[in-house]
Design a protein. Sequence first.
Length: 556
Amino acid sequence: MAEFNLIDDPWIPCISLDGGSVELGIRDTLLKAHELGELCDDSPLVTVSIHRLLLAILYRAFQGPSDMSGWKKLYRAESFDGNSELSAYLEEWRDRFWLFHEHHPFMQVAGLDLNEYKADDTIKTDKSDGLMRLVREAPDKGGRVLFDHRVGTERPEYDPRHIATMLLAAHSFDGTGNSSGGAIGATTITSSYRQFAPCVEGLCLWLQGENLFRTLLLNLVPIDVEPNDFPAWEDPGIVKTVIESWTTPVRFAGPVQRFAALSRFIRVVDRRAMFYTNGLKTAADANDPMKAYSRPNETAEFTAIKLGEDRAAWRDAHSLFSLSSSSRKPPPCLNHAARLLGDGTLPRSAHPRANVVGLATDRGKSFLWRHERMPVPISLLGDDDRIERLKTLIDEAERVGDKLDDLDGHLIQRTRRIAMLYLSPTAEDSDGREPDKKDIAKMVDAIDPRPAYWSRLEKHFFDLLENLPGDWDANAGEWKADDQQSATRAWREAVKHQAKRALQESIRSLGTTARAIAAAARVPTTFTDDDLKPKSQNGAVPKRRRKGAGKGGSKT
């Protein structure tokens, strides 16, 4: 019996323009997109996956748009409400959007059965899984705790709207591992190793406009939809294609298949259990429309820019937003926005937000996710001078925050020196003893000022993004005089101030003992413009006196 239709029944978490929360089906989400601020789930993985689903539907409904003329026609309408193409598409494929259906369950494989049976057709081994396995943040069956503390073998009951979001997120973000063999009707499937789902590797980025309609249009970049670029629900040969891909990985036909890929064979049995095994295997490429790619040189392959455990995405903004570098490949929505600026469709004052979602993994295991939002001044896109200035300013902050050779003027180096002097007050004396390097490293980790430094710089960076265009003299075609570059100067002052603040807080964490006071007194906490510069521009840096260099040590 058919139950819960994703086109009609409410399940997509939306935020209205007045800030209220509402759940809608696919039809209402699209037809009321101009009345909605955004769609946003508690899980950023779900948020990404729903955006990709809606874009796949729009590409198929409009067979593109294939060019800017078709795109602008949609944009000028300011709403999908009343669009006959979209309504016809949703009606044509409505029967493929039942979450529970005997023959065509949405994004599932009817007839999938992984159980082992006895001769009398009774179950010998139950190989079904609890639905919690679809939830990336939940513990796995081995009991490893990721983001919550449920037991991985639990089988809680979920309502259909949650199952729908879990199903989509699994197809986009599921990890690696061994999958069970079984059968789909008369077709035998063998156990095999599954690869990452499409969104696991790299950051996903999309632009957000004033309402959901404009958000979708900003990311619905004009393309020629290939005839075989089907979503999973339209492809009658999808099961065969997937099984064949296990021996010969396929290439995505286009963004539609990629955004609605059958990355796993799944059949939801009821509200607690499912069958779950390998899905579509694809050849590696650098063509995901939601990702940014980079390469070290022009002969190397592009790889997706990834989320770092201790590195917020804004620190790679110059790579994410660069449109003309041969070593970078930005998401197409950014090039699209730049074209819209160039032809006057978007004003230079437009400031859409970039949503960036990433999942950090290590050896196939997830340990962190992050959803960041940052303003994107449209006038910044495609402007090589401003992107290069952005890179320069981020690099300056990196120099202050990170260890660079033996420079003593940077944040982590000063922290290391404080730790060394705290552990051994005579470490810099000619007859002193340096503490064990492991002890120094342990203390540096304990008082590391960098997390606070980088966290506080984020707000200042967003201000920099907003105001950097004002430092450029458009009439002269060059940067304004140094004393008139208010955004650049404000950023540099913020870098120095936040580094000093974070370092002083680390020092205070050592307490007020004589040992702590003595160690802190020998290390300055003030930062200057020299600390922002590369070593080659910084002149000779006085080194600390080491053993044999005389008494007292030097203060840097």
